[in-house]
Ligand binder design. Structure first.
Ligand code: ATR
Length: 276
C-alpha cells in the first residue's frame, strides 16, 4: 500500500511573512524526507473546523502563530505542562489515535538559542532582566525559571501586566517601573528584550543602557533587523549578544522531530536559508 506523505503547516493570520515554511522545507530537503510543510491562512471563526479537518487530510501536525496561539488550546485533548504554564500553544501534534496534543516550544527555542550562542551561560550568574510583559515574555519567564534563574527583574510600559505576571509566577520576579529600568541594568547578568521595540517599523527601545556591564549577556527576540539597536548598543558596551533569529529556528525543532522523525540541526546553513 502506498504510504501517505506526512504534511505539516503553520496556521496564522496573516501568514505570508511567516518564516516557518522556509525553515521546515529546508529541513525536509536537507534530510531527504518525503513530507510537506505549508502556510495556512486561517480566520479565527474557522480555527476549530480547520484543525479538526487537518488530520483527515494527512496532516501530522502544525505550528500555530498569531493570533491563534491561545485560542487553539481549547481544541487540544492533551496539553504539555509548559504550554499550560505559558497559556498558549505554538505546536500541535495529531496523534494516530485521533487526539490533538498541544505544546509550546517558544521557551525551549529561546533557551536553545541562548545556550548555542553562549554555551558557558550560567543561570546562577545573577539576575535576568526582562523587558516587556506581553505574550512572548511568558514563555521566556517560564524558560528562565526552569533553567534555574532565581531572580528576574521584569519591566513593562504598562506596569499592571508585569504585576500580574509576578502574581502568577511568584517571588523570583521583581517588578521594576519602566521609567526606572535604567537603574537596574547594571545588576543584570542577562538582559532580554521581549517587546516589539527596535523591530523594523516600530519605535526604538529607549531604556537607558549606560549602566550595562561588559559581562552582561544581551539578547533580543526581535530578528528584523538581525542587529537591533539594542544589540548594537550592547556590543558597543563590550557585551556578548545573541540575535533573535535562533529562537525562531530552535522553536521549530521539537515539532519537526515529532512530525517527521528526525531531530533537525540549527546551524549557519539554516540561518542563511531562512534569511535568504
Ligand atoms: P507579544 O505577544 O509579541 O509579546 P504583545 O503581547 O502585544 O506582543 O506585547 C508587546 C510588548 O511590547 C508589550 O510588553 C508592550 O508593552 P505594553 O504591555 O505596555 O503594551 C511592549 N511595547 C509595544 N510597544 C511599546 C512602546 N511603544 N513602548 C513600550 N513598550 C511597548
Amino acid at each position: 500500500m502506498k504510504q501517505n506523505v506526512p504534511i505539516a503547516g503553520v496556521i496564522g493570520n496573516s501568514i505570508s511573512h511567516s518564516k516557518s515554511p522556509k525553515l521546515h522545507q529546508h529541513w525536509l530537503r536537507r534530510y531527504g524526507i518525503r513530507g510537506e510543510y505549508v502556510p495556512l491562512h486561517v480566520e479565527s471563526e474557522n480555527l476549530e473546523s480547520v484543525i479538526r479537518s487537518m488530520p483527515k487530510m494527512g496532516f501530522v501536525g502544525a505550528n500555530v502563530t498569531i493570533p491563534h496561539k491561545v485560542d487553539v488550546m481549547q481544541f487540544a485533548d492533551q496539553i504539555s505542562d509548559r504550554a499550560i504554564l505559558v497559556g498558549a500553544a505554538n505546536t500541535l501534534i495529531f496523534k494516530d489515535d485521533g487526539k490533538i496534543y498541544a505544546d509550546n516550544t517558544d521557551g525551549y527555542g529561546f533557551m536553545a538559542n541562548l545556550r548555542q550562542g553562549a554555551p558557558d551561560w550560567d543561570p546562577k550568574s545573577g539576575p535576568a532582566m526582562v523587558l516587556g510583559a506581553g505574550g512572548a515574555c511568558r514563555a521566556i519567564i517560564v524558560a528562565l525559571a526552569d533553567a534555574g534563574v532565581t531572580e528576574i527583574f521584569l519591566t513593562n510600559r504598562t506596569r499592571a501586566k508585569a504585576d500580574a505576571l509576578r502574581a502568577e509566577f511568584g517571588a523570583r520576579i521583581q517588578v521594576v517601573d519602566w521609567v526606572q529600568a535604567g537603574n537596574v541594568v547594571e545588576d543584570a547578568a542577562t538582559l532580554i528584550n521581549t517587546t516589539s521595540l527596535g523591530m523594523t517599523g516600530q519605535p526604538e527601545l529607549r531604556v537607558p543602557l549606560d549602566g550595562l556591564r561588559p559581562d552582561t549577556l544581551v539578547t533580543d527576540i526581535v530578528y528584523s533587523p538581525l542587529q537591533t539597536p539594542l544589540l548594537a548598543q550592547a556590543q558597543a558596551a563590550g557585551c556578548r549578544t545573541i540575535d533573535g533569529l535562533g529562537m525562531l529556528l530552535h522553536q521549530g525543532v521539537p515539532g519537526f522531530e515529532r512530525w517527521f522523525g528526525k531531530r533537525p540541526e540549527v546551524d549557519d546553513a539554516t540561518r542563511q536559508v531562512v534569511l535568504g
